[in-house]
Structures are given as structure tokens and as C-alpha cells.
Design a protein around this ligand. Structure first.
Ligand code: G1P
Length: 300
């Protein structure tokens, strides 16, 4: 069933979290700015949005998040110093992040959960479907996910969430979806959602990973959504309502992701992301892999 929709062009990135899992590194630096190899984690997320065709990016920020704005802005002093030195390679790296997308920022003020952060995007987004990308989830650039989600939204309407099968003992860390298969192998229909259930109560092992393409009706629902788990306004609870009533902006589908995803909010996964991406890099990879092989051989 093909429906006609406005083309999706806006991405929303909630980035107001405190990053307590990385203290003391995040005492004065936003967690989104922690480097993954030599790029801040947030730049991978913006690049992902842009490569899926979404080049209007709204970041939901808070206090102490100024470095994010600076990173995606020009830095004339640095640029002219590099120009004078004739260092074209580094100059290009500095300019890359400011040329990437049209950036917008809004402050969340009183952080009341992910649902509340998304609601802060309402005036900017208007009445179009839009994407939400959570900064802690890093999707390996070699395994595109968002472009497929946009395609599924264009074909089926409503909202599309990213799902990944996880071990039952992990499901309490995620939103969890009850699903039915569709005629597309990687697409499921979502009929129920629950935020961070105990393993025994989980309706499936399909975990929501931090990519969403949302119907703008989500804003009306979020305005009425009561605080849920953790006394926060949960995006999962609002999506649950969309899934339950197709007449108000549903349906909700899931794209089942089988590629590489790192939770850069988790210290172990953050280290794994750096090692994997560094190994693949043309400039650093060959030397790093040689060192890693001998390090592992000595240590194990
Ligand atoms: C959020 C969502 C959760 C989702 C997760 C993905 O939780 O509330 O449904 O599974 O992101 O990373 P958070 O990890 O921010 O607590």
C-alpha cells in the first residue's frame, strides 16, 4: 500500500542527558562530545541522519551543552590558522562538521524524560513525519538503518521504530515491542509496547533501539501522556497509544535491525565501538590491528 506523504527531512536528536555513567569525563564536557576514535559520538549520529536524506537537524539540549553548538559551527580562528599552515587535510576535517546539516537547537529546560524532549521539537517539526535519533545509540555507518525506516514509513504511513532482538536478560534495559510479521522479512507490525519490562513480563525479546520515524500525531499524545516509568514522560508510552489506535496516527511498524550497533552510553560498548571502528579505518587500521593482535596474544 503506497500512500502520499510529505518527504521526511527533519531529524530530532535529544541531547540533554547528564551522562552520569561517564563521570568524571562528563563533569564539564557533554557526553555527546566524547570521541569515538577522533570524532565526537554526536557527529556520527548527525552524519547518519544526513546520509538518510535528513539534513534539517534539531538538537534538544540543556545546560552545559554549548560545545555541541560550537562543534557544528564554523571556527574561523582555527580555520585561518590551519589555512596559514597549508594543512588542507585538517582544515577539511574542521569544516566537515559545520557543513554537514542545517542545525537548530532548543533547550529542554526542565528535563522530564525522552517523551518530553521529543515534545520540545513540536514547534520546529510542525505537521510532517520526522525522525528521532538517540545519541547513545551508534549505528555502524556500514549498516544503514534509518534510510530503510524512512522507506518503510513512506510505504506504510504511521510511525516506524527500530527493533533489535536481545537476550531475555537484557530486555529490562529497553522499550519492548509485541509484534506480528508482515510480508516484508525485515518489517513487523507493532501491537503493544512496554518500557523496560522485567524479563518475566516482557511480551517479546524485540528491543527498541534509538531510531524512530514518527507521525506528528505523537505530539498530541505526548501532551496528554502522564509520567510513566521512572516518573518520566516516556516516548514508548505515547507510541503504545499510536499502536493501539490506528485512527489517531497509527499504525506503528518496526524495522528489525541485524547490523552493528553500539551503546556509547555504556563504557564497555563505548570501548568496543572505538576498537571496531579504529580497526576498519584505512589510516589507522593496519597499524592498530597489528598492535591489537600482539596485545591480545600476550595478554590472553
Ligand atoms: C530509551 C528509550 C527506550 C529505548 C532506549 C534505546 O531509553 O526509553 O525505550 O529502548 O532508549 O537506547 P534510555 O536508554 O534512554 O533509558
Amino acid at each position: 500500500m503506497t500512500q502520499s506523504h510529505p518527504r521526511i527531512s527533519k531529524a530530532v536528536i535529544p541531547a540533554a542527558g547528564l551522562g552520569t555513567r561517564f563521570l568524571p569525563a562528563t563533569k564539564a564536557t557533554p557526553k555527546e562530545m566524547l570521541p569515538v576514535v577522533d570524532k565526537p559520538a554526536i557527529q556520527y549520529v548527525v552524519e547518519e541522519a544526513v546520509s538518510a536524506g535528513l539534513d534539517d537537524v534539531l538538537m534538544i539540549t540543556g545546560r552545559n551543552k554549548r560545545p555541541l553548538e560550537d562543534h557544528f559551527d564554523r571556527n574561523y580562528e582555527l580555520e585561518s590558522a590551519l589555512q596559514k599552515k597549508g594543512d588542507a587535510g585538517r582544515l577539511a576535517k574542521v569544516q566537515e562538521s559545520s557543513d554537514l546539516a542545517t542545525m537548530h537547537y532548543v533547550r529542554q529546560g526542565d528535563p522530564r524524560g525522552l517523551g518530553h524532549a521529543v515534545l520540545c521539537a513540536a514547534p520546529h517539526v510542525g505537521h510532517e513525519p520526522f525522525a528521532v535519533l538517540l545519541g547513545d545509540d551508534l549505528i555502524d555507518p556500514r549498516d544503514p538503518l534509518l534510510a530503510r525506516m524512512v522507506e518503510v514509513q513512506e510505504q506504510r504511513g504511521g510511525s516506524v521504530i527500530a527493533l533489535m532482538e536481545v537476550a531475555p536478560e537484557q530486555i529490562h534495559l529497553y522499550g519492548c515491542a509485541a509484534v506480528d510479521p508482515t510480508d516484508d522479512a525485515d518489517v513487523v507490525k507493532v501491537h503493544d509496547l512496554v518500557e523496560k519490562p522485567a524479563a518475566a513480563d516482557a511480551p517479546s525479546n524485540y528491543a527498541i533501539i534509538g531510531r524512530y520515524v514518527l507521525d506528528p500525531h505523537i505530539f498530541d499524545i505526548l501532551r496528554k501522556t502522564e509520567p510513566g516509568r521512572g516518573n518520566e514522560i516516556q516516548l514508548t508510552d505515547a507510541l503504545q497509544q499510536l499502536a493501539a489506535d490506528e485512527k489517531v496516527g497509527g499504525p506503528v511498524h518496526g524495522v528489525v535491525f541485524k547490523g552493528r550497533r553500539y551503546d556509547t552510553g555504556d563504557r564497555g560498548d563505548y570501548l568496543r565501538a572505538i576498537v571496531r571502528l579504529a580497526c576498519e579505518r584505512e589510516d589507522l587500521g593496519p597499524d592498530f590491528r597489528t598492535w591489537l593482535r600482539s596485545y591480545v596474544a600476550e595478554e590472553m
